[in-house]
Design a protein around this ligand. Structure first.
Ligand SMILES: Cc1cc2nc3c(=O)[nH]c(=O)nc-3n(C[C@H](O)[C@H](O)[C@H](O)COP(=O)(O)OP(=O)(O)OC[C@H]3O[C@@H](n4cnc5c(N)ncnc54)[C@H](O)[C@@H]3O)c2cc1C
Length: 436
């Protein structure tokens, strides 16, 4: 059997400007592309009409289609990665496994396990930086510890940045580099225990004119004022190097958002305890009310606060929500309703098409006030003022709440001024007792 090099696709579902794939193709051995639908992850998803799984499925089919023009394809598997690699090592004469690094706690453990498994059989395991411009550990304070505040992190990021960080990895051209892929194991979502959804995968398009005006339009949910690229960044159907190049040419505010993404990845990497704990330990002292009925009203978009309800309904019916509205809904849950940010985080995680553990966790902790670089807890968003500022004509609210002016629309779940004072008292008291 001829030796092959496996390229293991994960959060990098593209052929062009893909660091690990590029390196695999230069290895001199034929490359066998592999994608694994990870049973450990899929079995944790209760909803079987999951747009994320559908997105991945369609993106992988698209890759497979592109690879067909090189007489290749993707070996698509379903199982736990250790089972699959145990099978692949029997099926193929594997020289090495190449992949791009993934920094989430689960992924790190998984990769360590696979590395051990295959190196014990004399197979090399090589991983590459692809998902980020600077990976955790590359941007550190002078004393070599991680930043926990965004602005100095971003300043250092910009200082260290040079054009070489966005040099693209040349795309695939020589068909002989790929190996023929034997028949796939997976042909449909149903074989994974999932169903198709309303999602239609389309390749990312970079909205240059939106990005150019980003600083002026980004806060208005009724406008098409943001890039809508988060899902592509999440699954790597677009290259971060390409996007940073665009940002540098067009809009510094937008570059700042891409840096937030790397900042939160660094936080999760160095402080994995944030997965289920407040970054600021004193905030564990807060006595959350955790009223289940009110939580249900928040989830279903029936709080009687139009901007909150519009966002929650948009989320449920599309898997998307504008950033400004994410901030308002998250603040409302944690401050107005005094429901534990972990409940909200989990709900977003189950619904968001662009769900990303680091960004979701970092932003939830920011909104709840307990995060590394959070706004002070006593700054409480007023949903009415936010609406006046960012959805003055109620265009966004009306889009998602057709019965806004009808009797069927519920009254507010709680009075704003009352809830504000209650949040101030509860937080103050909680943080004090959490300190002791
Ligand atoms: C409570 C809450 C939860 C969130 N959960 C997620 C999540 O699970 N996944 C996710 O990608 N983003 C999350 N965000 C951040 C942000 O809302 C989305 O990235 C953004 O709305 C996606 O739209 P866009 O692609 O048009 O972004 P743009 O505004 O065009 O920004 C470009 C890219 O920068 C990154 N980015 C922008 N804002 C942030 C931010 N605050 N933190 C980290 N990265 C950012 C994203 O990758 C985004 O695609 C969350 C924000 C809040 C307040």
């Amino acid at each position: 059997m001829n030796e092959v090099v496996i390229f293991w696709f994960r959060r990098d579902l593209r052929l062009s400007d893909n660091a690990g794939l590029h390196a695999a193709l230069l290895s001199g051995k034929p490359v066998l592309p592999v994608f694994i639908f990870d049973k450990n992850i899929l079995s944790g998803l209760d909803e079987k009409h999951d747009r994320r799984v559908d997105f991945i499925f369609q993106a992988v089919q698209d890759l497979s289609e592109q690879l067909r023009s090189f007489n290749s394809g993707i070996c698509i598997k379903y199982g736990t990665p250790d089972q699959i690699f145990s099978q692949l090592t029997v099926q193929f004469n594997i020289h090495a496994i190449y992949c791009n690094r993934d920094y989430e706690p689960y992924a790190r453990k998984r990769d360590e396990q696979i590395e051990q498994l295959v190196t014990a059989q004399g197979i090399e395991f090589r991983s590459f930086k692809d998902q980020l411009i600077f990976e955790p550990g590359e941007i550190l304070k002078a004393d070599q510890t991680p930043y926990t505040v965004y602005t100095p992190y971003a300043n250092n990021w910009k200082k260290k940045f040079t054009d070489k960080h966005v040099a693209a990895f040349s795309s695939v051209s020589n068909p002989n580099y790929f190996t023929r892929v034997p028949s796939n194991d997976i042909y449909s979502l149903e074989e994974l225990g999932f169903f198709s959804t309303d999602l239609t995968y389309s390749k990312p398009e970079i909205p240059y004119s939106i990005i150019a005006n980003y600083d002026k339009t980004r806060n208005f949910p009724a406008l098409k004022g943001t890039s809508d690229l988060s899902v592509h960044l999440r699954f790597g159907t677009v290259s971060i190097r390409q996007l940073v190049s665009v940002a540098l040419e067009t809009n510094e505010t937008w570059l700042g958002e891409l840096i937030w993404r790397e900042f939160f990845m660094s936080i999760l990497y160095f402080f994995p305890r944030v997965t289920d704990q407040c970054f600021k330990p004193a905030y564990e002292g807060i006595r959350w009310r955790n009223n289940e009925e009110e939580f249900e009203r928040w989830c279903s978009g029936t709080t009687g606060y139009p901007i909150v309800d519009a966002g929650m309904r948009e989320l449920r019916s599309t898997g998307r929500m504008h950033n400004r509205v994410r901030m308002i809904t998250a603040s409302f849950l944690t401050k107005h309703l005094l429901i534990d940010w972990r409940w909200g985080e989990a709900w977003f995680a189950s619904q968001l098409l662009d769900y990303d553990q680091a960004a979701n966790n970092g932003n939830w902790q920011w909104a709840a006030g307990c995060g590394c670089d959070a706004a002070p807890y006593f700054r409480i968003f007023n949903p009415y003022e936010q609406t006046k500022k960012f959805d003055k004509g109620l265009e966004y609210c009306r889009k998602w709440i057709p019965d806004l002016n009808e009797v069927s629309y519920p009254p507010p779940v709680v009075d704003h001024s009352f809830a504000r004072q209650r949040a101030l008292d509860t937080y103050k008291h909680g943080i004090e007792s959490g300190k002791s």
